[in-house]
Design a binder for this molecule. Sequence first.
Ligand code: BES
Ligand code: MN
Ligand code: ZN
Length: 502
Amino acid sequence: MTFELRSAPQAPADLDVDTLVLPLFEDEPVAQQPWADLDTRLDGLLGRVLEWGETRGKAFDLHFAHTSGRLAARRVALLGLGKRAEFDSEPGRRAAGALVRKLRNGGTRSAGLVLPGKLAARQAAQCVAEGALLGLFDADQYRGTREETRFERVLVACTPEQQAEVEAGLAQGCVLGEAANFARLLVNEPGNILTPRQLADRARALATDDLLTVEVLGPQELAALGMGALLSVARGSEEPAQLIVLRYHGAESGPYLGFVGKGITFDTGGISIKPAERMHLMKDDMSGAAAVLGACKALSKLRPACRVLSVIPACENMPSGRAARPGDVVRAMSGKTIEIINTDAEGRLVLADALTYAQRLGAAHLVDLATLTGGVVVTLGNEASAVLGRPQSWVERVKQAAEEAGERLWQLPLWREYRELIKSDIADIKNSGGRPAQTITGAMFLADFVEEKTAWAHLDIAAMAWDEKSRPYRAAGPTGVGVHTLVALAQRWAEEPPTAAG
Ligand code: BES
Ligand code: MN
Ligand code: ZN
């Protein structure tokens, strides 16, 4: 898919495209539309369409009318955007996604777009490119009959004054959309193909000569570093654990922003094995890692002036004669001992060592992303990721980035009392607190591996990484959650590095 812009002297009426798409806010008459003058060229055709109630502009509605030679475009299509008051970036991305998903099945090769005007030109253009790319993605890399689409060009109409902004917005939107789709492709890969070593290879392939470097540590190096928590999870598998470290150097100096992503390429639960029914979905247990890799890919293209250190602990959680047992005690890199109550609470074990390592390498501000608990679905449903962390100023920064990205985060508390639930009788901490407040005890466990002086936010994305339903704007399957939030965070960090307090 390519995105181009067209500004005056070429008017929307002169765009030589199959379909000219015009935005329509719900229940607003033609006179209020930015394309009202076009309808004069169409002898009031669109006015009659609205009068007859053929479309009212509800979100994602697409109504076609033929132009019979009165415009350069063969057809016009009214794209419903819903209520003007509720329209914002995320509805904009979704509208673009729904649009391309409908157009590609209808024989359109090229589409012209008139921007709705409610958003700034740059923001609107970014949403168009990002939303369209997200909408076109299908998790079909293993299907013999892949949907062939001939839809390949989008021309965005704008004024000469908007040109630079639209250009910049389209470029940023393309990078974000492609980065999220890269993450989605990784998440869709089955466990037999995307092994920890394969994940490391995909990370290596992202390296650029100058800006992004990738280094991978294997089991011997991890043992030498004392990463007993990570290695205890990998024990049951034939596949060796990999610790993937990416460094983004968009600036010569300055503090490191740290990303950590859970990279369990398949989670059987280990000896505390999961029920068979939904186990196949546990190939998505590396969605945090995929978000970090997607963000790194985007950063290497957008080149914000900051430094980002990313750490991905990757391994499989398998049962075997060598696997860790419930009741085992292991020593983490930080020196703390952990009693493994439940081998299915493996994410926090691998993250404990990754968080320690990221701090050891000098990151004083961390964000980790993990499909950590099924419990977050109980708490928030499939509508938001949970965020927990400290200090509050850092959590606020992460929430702000998520807001900009159109990704919902809802904060849960880290009250001291919850720490009681993961007190071990024989070790410094245990890895499961049982049924109560699972998302919180998961985060409380991680907090034990974050130094007081480190700012840290944990995102539990277990409810958001995989969508079992297909949406008008997005195919079912991996969502790419987290990529945009991390990129937004890094871009804000570049503009305004945090103070010592966070
Ligand atoms: N990867 C799972 C969490 C998960 C469950 C993600 C369902 C997506 C959908 C994680 O490793 C896990 O198994 N967590 C346990 C924690 C418990 C043992 C404290 C869980 O959620 O049951
Ligand atoms: Mn598990
Ligand atoms: Zn897991």
